[in-house]
Design a protein around this ligand. Structure first.
Ligand code: GAL
Length: 726
């Protein structure tokens, strides 16, 4: 009965909203084998490139390299908080020029998979949600909630409307062949139950009702309502089955590596393992594979999600700077070539599977006019000799051999023919000639501070316009406090919802504490030096990007929420939570726009031997000329602590190289276990040492470089480097 109803609903929806999808003349439709474009079933190879993670000047080259690498489709999310920074005020310029990006893909002759979301996850600040959404009365995120659904629908309609107006859907002659609504909602729905189910149904109907003429997908959503296609995300997806035998088997995120978190080691994924996972998916009837990421790029500005590094390199086939990562890029290119040779057979018939041994199989696609075979060895460590079609074949461990004519091995996923290329970061130009400006910790009676009773939540105060919020109070110590004589300093303990905290006592940095990706909360507990009389306590609370995963975004908070206590005074312990606290949003240097040419002239900078070193709260500036050539450029920030960097007024991201890298870079044993044991590099070194400086942000000479350093670094170690294989 249930099934029948579902079947009917599918037909009904298909007729109602998507007659263009299912009719014979439709430009884009699908069946159980594949997405069908202009009547042709297609094996589609796709790659994620997120437009705001590179510059418009880089886009044509990235897209061309994706095409040269054998891709048919570029997949991107749409970044709501970049496009609607305040309610109803839209921004589609520069790195957020979505129409330009889609048109460039079209000009290159590729298709687009537009993942509108508008929740995107993506290690992007707040998962792509504008922060103002949190303050809509009565809102509850990603559930059956009126205010949320209204906002989500409005933005989705805005994007679909724009794409239609520019004739960008395939049915209008444009490149967009697929869209996506929501993102990996299945696990959330499972967690929250009935309201989640209602929301899924609503989101699906809302999306389909927009009549784009091309199919919608929902990733990681087993109950995606017809006609929406549910798809797989993961390191491996060969066992995935869509929820209807009328839908093709699609893989929207094949993770080509993984993201780096601040303080973490740098994950990588061997090319052989990616190729193996793709070949296995295709031999099992898969017809769409997207590499997440094909080019990861950079989290410029403050766009990174909570504790996510500025580099979003992802060990992708195109590196952060847009250069092919070898041998990964070429190994996958060869794979794509051979898959295309198999395409006629793959789209025509379902495979016949036979066993070739304990852990070996043959998947054969034999039609009247074509034959393609995949010989696979799932044994993670042993090579095996098998017989297929009367001939012997050697199968390396953990590999698939592809025979586009059912006879000759054109490609084996474990045999990498392309040479590896090691990229170097070579210093270019002389040392910078720095000037510095020291920002002092404020006092509660400074301009721009305001007093409130108790503690305030940080994001509510800053609305994420800055990472920084000051919490200020005075500690008055009477001369007869015993610790003044004994020297047994009192213990200051601060509980904070995160993400990082610098504690200044009488203008001196007394200590620092920070959370991590998995636990953004922190506790600062340290003895502090106080003198008789009034002592100034200034807490600089720092949000290191807003988290991008989890439930109930409306309840998330950051900052010092208490309790705060001082232990070891005559009366025992003071609970400072009830004291009067004053607040200041942002830094003085931010208010003065010290990162710009005009702003930076508003304060006195010191130079030469007076330039601050290892000083907290320091602004540095220098001017430099652009090195000749077109090799990508970066700043080596290894000697710095934590802060932000600007070039010619543009924010290239947060720096936090740290020496905090943990993890266990042992032998990388990915085969069969990659999912839980990511391969790691950089253990014991900086999580991120180099920060991309886009060439298009530079002028030939006199570029302004500004660095804000929170806790102390040596600017003389900063160098401009070029990325090169020579
Ligand atoms: C997926 C998610 C992506 C991204 C990825 C990890 O689950 O859909 O947006 O966050 O994980 O890089």
């Amino acid at each position: 009965m249930g099934l029948n109803l579902r079947g009917k609903a599918w037909i009904f929806l298909a007729i109602l909203c998507c007659s263009s999808i299912s009719s014979a003349k439709a430009a884009v439709s699908y069946d159980h084998k594949a997405v069908i474009i202009n009547g042709q079933r297609r094996i589609l190879l796709s790659g994620s490139i997120h437009y705001p993670r590179s510059t418009p000047e880089m886009w044509p080259d990235l897209i061309q390299k994706a095409k040269d690498g054998g891709l048919d489709v570029i997949q991107t999310y749409v970044f709501w908080n970049g496009h609607e920074p305040s309610p109803g005020k839209y921004y589609f310029e520069d790195r957020y020029d979505l129409v330009r990006f889609v048109k460039l893909v079209q000009q290159a002759g590729l298709y687009v998979h537009l993942r509108i979301g508008p929740y995107v996850c993506a290690e992007w600040n707040f998962g792509g949600f504008p922060v103002w959404l949190k303050y809509i009365p009565g809102i509850a995120f990603r559930t059956d909630n009126g205010p949320f659904k209204a906002a989500m629908q409005k933005f989705t309609e805005k994007i679909v409307g724009m794409m239609k107006a520019e004739k960008l859907f395939e049915t209008q002659g444009g490149p967009i062949i697929l869209s996506q609504i929501e993102n990996e909602y299945g696990p959330v729905e499972w967690e929250i139950g009935a309201p989640g189910k209602a929301y899924t149904k609503w989101a699906a109907e809302m999306a389909v009702g927009l009549s784009t003429g091309v199919p919608w997908i929902m990733c990681k959503q087993d109950d995606a309502p017809d006609p929406i296609i549910n798809t797989c995300n993961g390191f491996y997806c060969e066992g995935f089955k869509p929820n209807s035998d009328r839908k093709p088997k699609m893989w929207t995120e094949n993770w080509t590596g993984w993201f780096t978190e601040f303080g973490g080691a740098v994950p990588y994924r061997p090319a052989e393992d990616i190729a193996f996972s793709v070949a296995r998916f295709i031999q099992n009837g898969g017809s769409f594979v997207n590499y997440y990421m094909y080019h990861g790029g950079t989290n410029f500005d403050r766009t990174a999600g909570g504790f996510i590094a500025t580099s979003y390199d992802y060990d992708a086939p195109l590196d952060e700077y847009g250069l092919p990562r070898e041998p990964k890029w070429s190994h996958l290119k060869e794979l794509h070539k051979v898959i295309k040779l198999c395409e006629p057979a793959l789209v025509t018939v379902d495979p016949t599977v036979t066993s070739l041994g304990d852990n070996q199989e043959a998947h054969v696609f034999r039609s009247k006019s074509s034959c393609a075979a995949f010989l696979s060895n799932y044994d993670p460590s042993s090579a095996v000799k098998v017989t297929f079609g009367g001939f012997p074949y050697d199968l390396p461990p953990w590999s698939v051999s592809i025979l586009p004519d059912c006879k000759t091995v054109y490609y084996n996923t474990a045999q990498v023919r392309a040479p590896s290329v090691t990229m170097k970061m070579v210093p270019t130009g002389g040392p910078f000639s720095w000037e510095s400006y020291n920002e002092e910790s404020p006092s509660w009676n400074d301009d721009g501070t305001f007093a409130l009773d108790g503690f305030v939540e940080q994001i509510n105060m800053t609305r994420d316009s800055t990472d920084y919020l000051w919490y200020l109070t005075d500690i008055t110590i009477s001369p007869d406090e015993k610790f003044l004589k004994t020297g047994d300093d009192p213990l200051l303990t601060i509980w904070s919802a995160g993400h990082a905290l610098h504690v200044f006592v009488n203008g001196q940095l007394a200590g620092t504490a920070y959370g991590s990706l998995n636990n953004p909360k922190l506790t600062f507990s340290q003895k502090i030096k106080l003198h008789a009389g009034v002592n100034k306590l200034a807490l600089l609370s720092i949000a290191v990007g807003l988290p991008n995963v989890g439930l109930h975004y409306e309840t998330w908070n950051a900052g010092v929420l208490g309790p705060v206590s001082l232990k070891g005074v005559n009366s025992g312990t003071w609970d400072m939570s009830k004291w009067k606290w004053s607040y200041k949003v942002g830094l003085k240097g931010e208010a003065l726009s010290l990162h710009t040419v005009t702003g930076s002239s508003s304060v006195e900078w010191v130079e030469g031997s007076l330039v601050a070193k290892k000083q907290p709260l320091t602004w540095y500036k220098a001017s430099f000329d652009t090195p000749a050539g077109n090799e990508p450029l970066a700043l080596d920030m290894d000697t710095m602590g934590k802060g932000q960097i600007w070039i010619n007024g543009r924010n290239i991201g947060r720096h936090w190289p740290g020496n905090t890298a943990h993890g266990n870079c042992g032998r990388c044993s990915y085969a069969g276990t990659y999912t839980d044991k990511k391969c790691l590099s950089n253990c014991g070194e900086a999580s991120q040492r180099w920060y991309h400086v886009p060439r298009s942000w530079l002028k030939p000479s006199g570029n302004l470089l500004v660095v804000f350093e929170e806790w102390g670094g040596d600017p003389n170690g900063i160098t401009l480097v070029r990325r090169t294989s020579k």
